[in-house]
Design a protein around this ligand. Sequence first.
Ligand code: HEC
Ligand code: HEC
Ligand code: HEC
Length: 435
Amino acid sequence: MSFASRFARITVGVIVTLAVVSALFFAFAWHSSIDPVEPPTASAFDHAVVLRGAQLAALGECVTCHTAADGRVFAGGRAIPTPFGTIYSTNITPDPLTGIGQWSLAAFERAMRAGVDRKGRDLYPAFPYDHFTLLRDEDVKSLYAYLMTRQPVRVPAHPNELDFPLNFRPLLAGWKLLFFRQGRYRQDRSHDETWNRGAYLAEGLAHCGACHTPRNLLGAEKKDQHFGGGESENWHAYAINSASQSPVPWEANTLQFYLRNGWHALHGVARGPMTPVVENMAGVPETDVQAMAAYVISLMGQPTPERVRHAEGLATRKVAPPVAAQPDNVGATLYTAACAVCHESGRPLPFGGIDLALSIGVSGEDPTNLLHVVLEGLPAAGEAPMPIMPGFAHTLSDPQLLALLTYLRSRFAAKPLWSDTETAIRHAQEAERRR
Ligand code: HEC
Ligand code: HEC
Ligand code: HEC
């Protein structure tokens, strides 16, 4: 056989293979459109089901993601920054033109379980359907009943700001093929009812892993580092598995209190993207919060004897004795001048500043949140009584911040400085200047 004809055969072979593969891919990627329906009237739904839906929606943070900063509730348009560009949430009010008013229960269920919209287009996993897929039928129905009885609002979707090729939705079928498994929650018989309830909620609707699990380069959660510490909106979501660095190990009752109240005397205050999580938790039945805490604690496992001893030491120690002036230590000087007045006041949380030896911000695996708190402070929010701390963004230079963090880390955590602290400081200061 001549070289030319062998080449021709190989070429034909490659083309046929590519055609078959792409045909299979598009067969997989193609989803039918589900017919529009007349928006159901409120009387179509049982009141108790709607109320249940409200609690579920709180746990799923639907309102947090689907409401823009100054926008109407559920009307979408909130910008969600991702490493690939900005994705905007959609309008999920029952408006027939711009919301989901024409969506049947089947269409809604397909979006929640499979990440496909009514017209058959794949949805971006910024919508955590990789967690919502675990939901039970009755919970999907309750959520549907709740959303369909909200006030319809006419607001068209804000276009996403993603670069080519990521703005090409059919590519999402490839992502799903690699990383997404549709499936319901399966009871684990080696654990009790409470644990299973907690696992069902934490893994599914409450999607804790969407923030607390690290992601790979294509934005999928790394299953082998489940709850091992992730990112959300430029905040670090600390490890909440056996790698937890919390100075006092979490226990079921302290975690339940923290999730419910947004702070705990031995752990401090929930900040950044964790704030709406705990705010929404107020609308969730106590037994459900308790079940999630029990589940997460089981993943953390028994703390090592060293951690237990360290925590006992913290619990019995009085507030650290004031440090003598150390004129040659910039970090110590800054701490004594700017921080100690509140953080060694001994006033209880949430208003007093916590003993920084208890703070995950200082002991945790990543300096990002500590920088957020020091630069931005904790502003008073709304009417509710809230802890207040001033921000130091315009007061501290990069070298001063580095000295302060070095001091905090060695005095309060007895750990070496994070390896990438200088880069983290630079990024945090740049972000501050853009604010
Ligand atoms: C972390 C943010 C986030 C949370 C939490 C979230 N969503 Fe979404 N949702 C999105 C984004 C972003 C989209 C748009 C995805 C796209 O454009 O591909 C979306 C799309 C949808 C859609 C498809 C709408 C359409 O017009 O295509 C439905 C339905 C939906 N969400 C319902 C819910 C419900 C119900 C909850 C709460 C149980 C919820 N979402 C929680 C971010 C979120
Ligand atoms: C939207 C993102 C997001 C979701 C969803 C989320 N978290 Fe968090 N979580 C964070 C961030 C960010 C922090 C760090 C907050 C801080 O620095 O105060 C955090 C902090 C925590 C902490 C404190 C860690 C420590 O050691 O002090 C716990 C515990 C926690 N989350 C548990 C949960 C549980 C349980 C869920 C699910 C019910 C959950 N989180 C859902 C983002 C999230
Ligand atoms: C006016 C009082 C005040 C001053 C000054 C102040 N803080 Fe705070 N700080 C607070 C309060 C209140 C909180 C919220 C309660 C808590 O978590 O400790 C807080 C929270 C924190 C946290 C989070 C603790 C946690 O994990 O929950 C850190 C870290 C922190 N401050 C560091 C500093 C540093 C570093 C300085 C000095 C540069 C400083 N603070 C100055 C009042 C203050």
